[in-house]
Design a protein around this ligand. Sequence first.
Ligand code: 5GP
Length: 193
Amino acid sequence: MTFAPTVLTGPSGVGKGTILARVLEAYPQVWLSVSVTTRQPRPGEIDGTHYYFLSDVQFDDLLARNGLLEWATYGLARYGTPRRPVETKMAQGRAVVMELDLAGARQVRECLPGARFVFIAPPSWDDLEARLRSRATESEEAIQRRLAAARVELDAMDEFDQVIVNTEVAQATTELVNFLSLDSVLGCTKEKD
Ligand code: 5GP
């Protein structure tokens, strides 16, 4: 059984990263694409682990070399998926997961037929706003930009194959594992990078 590449989308602050970290810990066979971005690292973020942090010139260069599978501007920064690693892991039959914004998900729908799309939603708007503010690493202006983007993303929820409401991380993680059929598809083989 082959694993369809899967895109995970949802508003900033909804907890996609936390859910994915749990899935990766329990299922090392899953390969999460590491994106490039022109935004500054947050405290604790490691270059090459959370993102590849690039200058605008480096991002332009990658784009010019057709090195990105998809890319989008989010807030004031650009984000993109390096093409080569995704193609290599797919060819190896790995369970490829990408965490992308709405624009990126829409591009993948065009360029990777067969991909599957999951949306992580907050239990409520107030909950999302509280989570975004509790991160406390960004200016009010940046938070407002993220909230505006969140409205647009929530309005597009219907485009996704599965919507998971992140009321509780453990439950949301289980729902994602079930959607990915990780226990049945990959339960027998433990592979690492
Ligand atoms: P953050 O700055 O919070 O890490 O990410 C901002 C938004 O960019 C999130 O919605 C995240 O899912 C999205 N994002 C992260 N990497 C990529 C990527 O490679 N491509 C696209 N299109 N969006 C991305």
